[in-house]
Unconditional design. Structure first.
Length: 439
């Protein structure tokens, strides 16, 4: 079945806005495809970004067969397949089931979970949150109520380093050094402290409490609730009490948005192992490049890939002595393997010709006007929706009917934009100047 996808809410709708749920949740998934100008689009949820090498092979084969030959990573660490031809939905669903990527058809679009990509690998986090990830996904798939979450609702599992805590999750778990966890709902500084073992159950309780509170307001996400998220914490405490889960109300400041992505290159790990961290130019990767990554994961690593919310991939468990050679091969394949790449920090929506709403081929424009190395991130958008834009501080380039607007974004606010006509030279100069303005 094909269904149009509504514009993502780059700015939350006003609390209580009756348009928030004026239509059904049409976010694309594996079972509901979105019709784009370049064919059908499937969005495959990958909780925590964790893929086995075998699952990665399945995605490559689907991208190479019914798809356009590329895999597109999203800002939630999920995968999109584009250019799917008519009648490809059945094959897609069958392969997803066989590979374990579709454990529950009722819950496939609500399995939106981001997790600290380097958790358990570099020794920096307070705990390895992989057990939380597995437990939460199982709880979500077993919950009849959770199936009512929208495809936009986001869980974030942070191992204590503050990376995904900064990504604006609806429900966030953050590990503490004493073994406890902090449960945050939305952007509230008032939080609940719970034992680490009860964290996944607490996250599910928070999501189900949100669902009970949302029908009257029509809210898709916590930020849409007219009364805010404060009252939900009291309800979570009440729901956890019968399970014997200790809860303590406390305050935890919200991390500034846009915390650092994993460093690119070889990330020092435990014992003699390292993780290879690479970026994907404009968040997309060809089937051949993907095979190179998967082969390294299977034969040189521990058989796993971790997709990051910053459109990168981490390959854990590589021998330290092999890292330099493997990074060289990945760089030669066109991936970003270090901070000195001109592609570092450059992002864009799909643009023309894939999106009918786009006013420009922003990916080609981004490639022609990247700006200085090591500068502020820049994100190119083909229209005002700004699909997939980053968090934190960045340069916002938006196509307009008359050219482009370039503005700096910080603390959620845009500086006064500079309007540029259709001159490629003027546009490249404006973007370069904006990215280099670090003061």
């Amino acid at each position: 079945m094909l269904a149009a996808m509504p514009p993502p809410a780059t700015t939350p709708a006003p609390p209580g806005d009756p348009s928030v749920r004026a239509h059904g949740d049409a976010c694309p998934g594996t079972l509901r495809l979105h019709r784009a100008d370049d064919g059908a689009l499937a969005r495959i949820r990958v909780p925590g970004g964790v893929l086995t090498a075998d699952q990665a092979d399945v995605l490559r084969e689907l991208a190479s067969g019914p798809g356009d030959g590329e895999l597109h990573l999203t800002s939630r660490g999920n995968v999109q397949l584009r250019g799917l031809g008519p009648g490809s939905g059945g094959e897609l669903v069958a392969r997803m089931r066989e590979s374990g990527l579709l454990p529950s058809e009722r819950h496939e679009r609500i399995r939106n979970v981001v997790a600290s990509p380097l958790s358990g690998l570099d020794g920096r986090g307070e705990r390895d949150i992989r057990p939380w990830l597995s437990a939460l996904d199982a709880l979500l798939c077993a919950s009849d109520a959770a199936a009512g979450l929208s495809g936009r609702f986001l869980f974030a599992l942070d191992d204590g380093r503050g990376d995904v805590d900064a990504l604006g999750g609806d429900v966030t778990l953050r590990a503490r050094s004493d073994g406890d966890a902090i449960l945050r709902i939305g952007a509230e500084e008032s939080v609940v402290r719970i034992p680490g073992a009860g964290a996944p159950q607490a996250a599910l309780a928070a999501a189900e409490a949100f669902l009970d509170a949302s029908p009257a307001s029509g809210a898709w996400r916590v930020t849409d609730l007219p009364a805010g998220a404060g009252s939900l914490l009291d309800e979570v405490v009440r729901r956890l009490r019968p399970a014997g889960i200790r809860t303590t109300r406390t305050v935890a400041p919200v991390e500034p948005r846009g915390s650092a992505a994993p460093a690119l290159g070889a990330v020092t790990g435990l014992r003699d192992m390292v993780a290879l961290s690479v970026g994907l130019p404009l968040g997309r990767i060809g089937a051949g490049q993907w095979r190179t990554l998967t082969d390294i994961a299977r034969h040189r690593g521990d058989g796993e890939l971790r997709l990051t919310p910053w459109r990168g991939v981490v390959v854990p468990g590589v021998g330290r002595e092999q890292a330099a050679e493997l990074l060289d091969s990945l760089g030669a394949a066109g991936l970003i393997v270090g901070p000195r790449s001109p592609w570092t920090g450059v992002g864009a929506c799909i643009g023309r010709p894939g999106c009918a709403k786009s006013l420009a081929d922003v990916r080609a424009e981004a490639a022609a006007a990247m700006g200085p190395v090591g500068a502020l991130p820049v994100y190119w958008s083909g229209c005002e929706r700004r699909c997939g834009h980053p968090q934190g501080e960045w340069i916002d380039v938006v196509a307009t009917p008359d050219g482009h607007r370039v503005a700096r974004v910080r603390d959620g606010r845009r500086d006064a934009p500079v309007s540029i006509d259709d001159s490629p030279t003027a546009l490249a100069a404006a973007v370069s100047a904006a990215r280099g303005a670090l003061g």
